[in-house]
Design a protein around this ligand. Structure first.
Ligand code: B12
Ligand code: SF4
Length: 510
């Protein structure tokens, strides 16, 4: 049997920030490599196409999959990728007529609501515990397999027994099948140059409950691989695929301090030479840890600074003090470890003033060298998604097209009297204010390259000009249409509603 795994293309969804996104977000699809490993072990022949990195258009994608002639096609999607993945599913179904399965965070959250024309199966949860049985049943010709974690449908009727159990011992899972990736295409900019890189996972789960994060989609329990198991995969990645840089996608790299020291000892003992990066919390960072990680190749770490406003910080339930951020950045600046601080605007409780406080704080803190400034998006699976459904803190969803669930140049909810559109303008202006400081340019140039910075700055300035022009046009037309007598009664609430794009209902099966 043959399985074709496809990661659909997605850059154009990043609008003005697509050049920067292309530069830093071309991650190898680790989940599809895991699926490939399980399928191969079950005796299937597997093809993996990352249409995004390979730059394939629709026709080229259909041809590549068609030439392989699979029995089953697999797709993956986080929320903003989902509309495009659903489009690709419909397209491949029309062109090739093969059964299609989709997994990932979006379908795990929405279940049956994620069925669209073309999709035959959804994998709800982690696939390691259920995929082998599903493939076996499929191979036997059972098109409606009664397997936990597998959702299927016959026209409008959905069959589902419940979510896939999580993997309790990650060491028992097959190592991701990276032989199917075109490794030479995955390059990451680092302070030590652009390097061939891959993504790598040592643990799953996070015990914290930040309202904007979907880390507990598969449960809160933290599961960690043994150091020996990690070393086995590291050796394979470095020696077989000549990877030079690793992005550890663990939710919180330094959650278990002792584990990290043991990992460093193992990296040294086995003489594994590579640079790496990851993300963690600033309150789980200290000098001894930073020194040790740097000795073993750490070049970049990300912290979530989020907001500088006390009320917003309390509502977002992160529980990391601003002081810890400054201390952690100070350590890294002294040691020469590049540090990314991710801030968010438009969180519950945010106002123009609180956002201004956050931006002012960032501008005044020289230790915070590299900042990313995201617009808060209520991703399905987060507490914030539930808050917006309930309308807590004046949150209101104004955009239901999931492809717009991007953190840059796109906003999907009003926050009190802060309108979504206004947040986009505030983001552009704030980024300009933050990056007006020359000492912030160097790490950015190293990471993105001067050409990417120029394109992004140019497109952002154009977008700002456009938004000013739109505002001016609106004011002029309001002036010219102003009635001489007092206006009639206020419009009804339904006509005052902002336009919300509805998903195309005819494609939603259930
Ligand atoms: C790397 C990563 C990325 C990469 C993804 C690239 C890639 N090629 O995979 C990049 C940087 C591009 C990215 C971007 C974004 N990401 Co991201 N990302 C991650 C991260 C850190 C790791 C993903 C990963 O590899 N996980 C490991 C794999 C093994 O897990 P998995 O994908 O869930 O897959 C398992 C199952 O779902 C299933 N499965 C998945 N797909 C399939 C397919 C088939 C056929 C089958 C059978 C099974 C199956 O099997 C896998 C093994 O059990 C996760 C956090 C995390 N720790 O998972 C966030 C995460 C997936 N990202 C998230 C988000 C929100 C985003 C962004 C939308 C915003 C952001 N935070 O940056 C953007 C979207 C970009 C866009 N176009 O809009 C959320 C998703 C929430 C949601 N509702 O979708 C997560 C969970 C982070 C979080 N904690 O909130 N991301
Ligand atoms: S933001 Fe980080 S600390 Fe907070 S829940 Fe997500 S992974 Fe955990």
């Amino acid at each position: 049997m043959k399985l074709s795994l496809v990661f659909p293309p997605w850059f154009k969804e990043f609008g003005n920030y697509q050049a920067a996104a292309r530069r830093i977000s071309t991650f190898p699809p680790l989940n599809l490599c895991i699926v490939a490993a399980i399928a191969k072990k079950a005796g299937w022949e597997v093809q993996l196409i990352d249409a995004h990195i390979e730059g394939l258009n629709d026709d080229e994608l259909i041809k590549a999959v068609g030439d392989f002639n699979p029995d089953l096609i697999g797709l993956t999607a986080a929320t903003p990728f989902y509309p495009n993945a659903a489009r690709v599913a419909r397209m491949l179904k029309q062109a090739l007529g093969k059964p299609i399965v989709m997994g990932g965070p979006h379908v795990t959250y929405f279940g049956a609501k994620a069925f669209v024309d073309g999709l035959d199966y959804l994998v709800i949860g982690e696939c390691e515990t259920v995929l082998t049985e599903f493939l076996e049943q499929f191979e036997k010709g059972n098109r409606y397999p009664d397997v936990l974690g597998i959702m299927t449908h016959k026209e409008e009727e959905v069959f589902y027994r419940g979510g896939a159990p999580t993997v309790s011992n990650l060491d028992t899972a097959s190592l991701p099948e990276r032989s199917l990736l075109k490794h030479e295409l995955y390059m990451m900019g680092t302070s030590k140059g652009r390097k061939r890189y891959t993504s790598f996972q040592m643990s799953r789960g996070c015990p914290f409950s930040c309202i904007f994060c979907a880390s507990d989609l598969y449960g809160k329990k933290v599961r960690r691989r043994s150091i020996d198991n990690v070393v086995e995969e590291l050796k394979m990645v470095l020696h077989q695929y000549k990877v030079e840089h690793i992005y550890f996608v663990d939710d919180v790299l330094t959650l278990d301090r002792a584990y990290i020291f043991k990992l460093c000892d193992a990296i040294e003992k086995h003489q594994l030479k590579f640079t790496f990066e990851s993300s963690t919390r600033a309150d789980l960072w200290d000098e001894a840890l930073a020194v040790r990680l740097k000795q073993c190749g750490l070049v970049r770490i990300s912290f979530g600074l989020e907001s500088a406003d006390d009320h917003v910080r309390e509502l977002m339930k992160k529980g990391v003090s601003l002081d810890s951020h400054i201390v952690a950045n100070k350590i890294n600046n002294r040691l020469g470890i590049e540090t990314t601080n991710s801030a968010i605007i438009g969180l519950p409780g945010d106002t123009r003033e609180s956002i201004n406080r956050t931006v002012q704080y960032i501008c005044s803190q020289r230790e915070l060298q590299h900042i990313t400034l995201n617009i808060a998006i209520p991703y399905p699976g987060t507490e914030m998604f539930k808050m917006v459904e309930r309308g807590d803190h004046g949150l209101k969803l104004v955009e239901e097209d999931f492809s717009k669930f991007q953190r840059y140049g796109s906003a999907v909810m009003d926050v009190g009297d802060l309108k979504a559109g206004e947040l986009i303008d505030i983001q552009s202006m704030a980024l300009m204010r933050i990056y007006a400081c020359w000492w912030r340019w160097i790490p950015i140039i190293k990471r993105f390259g001067i050409e990417t910075i120029f394109i992004t700055a140019f497109r952002t300035s154009l977008a700002l000009l456009e938004s000013q022009y739109r505002k001016l046009k609106r004011s002029l037309s309001a002036l010219s249409s102003r009635p001489l007598s007092p206006p009639p009664a206020a419009p009804s609430s339904s006509s005052a509603k902002p336009p919300i794009e509805q998903p195309s209902r005819e494609t939603v099966l259930v």
